[in-house]
Design a protein around this ligand. Sequence first.
Ligand SMILES: C[S@@+](CC[C@H](N)C(=O)[O-])C[C@H]1O[C@@H](n2cnc3c(N)ncnc32)[C@H](O)[C@@H]1O
Length: 205
Amino acid sequence: MDQQAITAAYRRYAPVYDILFGPVFEPGRRRLVQALNCRPGEEVLEVGVGTGLSLRHYPRYARVTGIDLSPHMLARASLQVQRHDLRNVALMAMDVQRLSFPDASFDKVSALYVASVVPDPAVMMQELERVCRPGGEVVVVNHFTRSNGFASHIERSLAPLARSLGFRPLFPLDAFIGLTHLELTETTPVNAFGYWTLLRFRSRA
Ligand SMILES: C[S@@+](CC[C@H](N)C(=O)[O-])C[C@H]1O[C@@H](n2cnc3c(N)ncnc32)[C@H](O)[C@@H]1O
């Protein structure tokens, strides 16, 4: 995966993303916002915000900053913000691997279905840890590879198509968890068949 392949893939996805990936990923979005348990005035960063399908789930008393690499996905997210009058939300074009925010800027950080898309998930996790305040939380929802079964067979056959698909079909959980110094406090299956996983991490104080 590289930046050019990602922006090309998500330029293609943007007009149809909500139809293809709206309802199917929705339980994970709701579960993640629930897990964040935002309190009044908290600053939340959502990386890879895409077309902004999660934004209306955040309580209005939390201040949410959504960033994404793809201008086409962000344009759709702006429409969500307008449609739902989300005055607590700010959107910015930014690479999660080079966040322009100072250290410890956010109380909570969320990453929905983006970890297996970014070129370097280790750098992404370093950046999430850096901008999260000590004692704050980082919550990730993603699909992780199965070691066997029919799904694993499909994932392996799709692996060579990662650049055009816009995500890595092969993305093992243990390797991902090993990329970060954050403390893992929860692992919960989400979405249909529990095929995706919610990971909650605490930033060490
Ligand atoms: C599968 S979509 C997920 C969108 C949304 N979070 C959702 O719940 O449907 C992945 C998103 O990550 C974005 N993305 C990929 N690489 C990125 C990067 N390096 N920095 C910021 N956003 C990135 C893509 O542009 C795309 O909008």
